[in-house]
Design a protein around this ligand. Structure first.
Ligand SMILES: Nc1ncnc2c1ncn2[C@@H]1O[C@H](COP(=O)(O)OP(=O)(O)OP(=O)(O)O)[C@@H](O)[C@H]1O
Ligand SMILES: [Mg+2]
Length: 268
């Protein structure tokens, strides 16, 4: 489906990126050009949006804009109809493990509550709830570092930490990229469970097409730099997905559809 951003004025947009340009080195490096991306609010419903695109096309850059970690060379970035600021409930899980190795698992998870001045006892209780949810109970006193914790466990710490402050927007940059296949499948199911429980809007970047179709409701595909979104695929699978979904004919068809678009886009 070609991309057609309607920008319905009746609803506040959750995320709106308009006419973004990103250049470096006085314009000699042109990463993003005429880049537009809109996530409209669907009341009482979280959304799961996946971004796909070749390495270097600017996916992490876009997440950094939404998180307020970077400003584009030009263009407008709005989150909940406002310029990105401290009051936006946005959390990010980075491409690399990003726990603080000199702190315990419990302190890592409780950290974002500390920034919000939540009292210590409540911080610990809420952090423990999250630690249980991601299956790390019993590890909370360990330092959050390899090899005390495995790669998959460290990524669970990062996910628990990003969720504990109850974000309305969760940005996930290839969060499962470094995991073995079994851990990755477990983490996909954990994320589905979390999404159904907390209903945040998730913007998820991956290189794995099957993961994109399994998790996403909307898949946006970016072209090579100077990059922009060139395709939108709406995933018409049941709302709740299980491992069995991956065996369904429509799932397999969608994976091929996305793959064909990716190949076409690379050759453009
Ligand atoms: N300070 C900088 N100077 C020059 N180029 C930069 C700078 N920062 C980022 N870039 C370039 O911007 C482009 C987009 O980077 P980004 O990390 O967003 O890509 P990506 O789509 O996330 O790639 P990957 O899939 O490999 O993670 C890359 O080509 C990168 O080299
Ligand atoms: Mg990246």
């Amino acid at each position: 489906m070609p991309v057609n951003f309607t920008d319905n004025k009746d609803l506040p947009n959750i995320i709106s990126l308009k006419n973004i340009e990103q250049t470096y080195d006085n314009g000699r490096i042109h990463v993003l050009k005429d880049f537009n991306f809109l996530v409209e609010d669907k009341p009482m419903q979280g959304q799961f949006v996946v971004i796909l695109g070749a390495s270097g096309c600017g996916k992490s850059t876009i997440l950094r804009y939404i998180a307020g970690l970077q400003e584009p060379t030009s263009g407008e970035v709005l989150v909940n109809d406002k310029k990105v600021g401290a009051d936006n409930r946005v959390s990010m899980v980075f491409q690399q493990y990003s726990s603080l190795p000199w702190m315990t698992v419990l302190d890592n998870v409780a950290l974002s509550l500390q920034y919000q001045s939540v009292p210590l006892k409540e911080r610990r209780e809420r952090a423990m709830e999250m630690i249980q949810l991601v299956g790390l109970e019993g590890h909370e006193k360990k330092y959050a570092q390899y090899p005390n914790l495995s790669g998959g466990q460290l990524q669970r710490v990062a996910i628990a930490r990003s969720l504990v402050a109850n974000p309305s927007i969760l940005l996930m940059d290839e969060p499962f990229g470094a995991l073995d296949i079994n851990t990755r499948l477990q983490m996909q199911d954990l994320l589905t469970k979390i999404w159904l429980k907390f209903n945040p809007t998730i913007i998820f970047v991956t290189h794995d097409i099957s993961e994109a179709v399994y998790l996403g409701d909307d898949i946006y595909i970016m072209k090579r730099p100077p990059s922009k979104i060139v395709e939108h695929i709406s995933v018409d699978l049941p709302f709740e997905r299980t491992r069995a979904t991956k065996r369904e004919a429509r799932f397999i068809e969608l994976v091929h559809e996305v793959e064909d678009v990716m190949v076409k886009v690379v050759n453009e």
